[in-house]
Design a protein around this ligand. Structure first.
Ligand SMILES: [Zn+2]
Length: 90
């Protein structure tokens, strides 16, 4: 069933009420996008005296190669979900 109703004259009587809307979009100077800390494997390593220092522990479940994310007081593995609390440091 197609709509074959009498179509009203094609008029779009959209009477938009003229509202004195103050469209003041506060245009504060947009701060330039903060440079996000670059992420990459290179952030996980530090080279010192020709030696590689791993800045993150690796997951003991997944084995070396799976770094754990630093969550402040603990590390978590994004691969298996393993969580390991940081040893209390003093
Ligand atoms: Zn894991």
């Amino acid at each position: 069933m197609s709509k074959k109703a009498e179509e009203p004259a094609k008029e779009t009587p959209k009477e938009a009420p003229k509202e004195a809307k103050e469209e003041k979009v506060e245009k504060t100077a947009k701060p330039e996008k903060k440079k996000k800390k670059e992420k990459g494997v290179f952030t996980l390593y530090q080279i010192e005296n020709d030696k590689i220092i791993r800045l993150r522990p690796t997951c003991e479940r997944c084995g070396p190669g799976y770094f754990m994310a630093d969550q402040g007081d603990r590390y978590t593995c994004g691969h298996c979900g393993f969580t390991r609390y940081k040893p209390a440091e003093k």
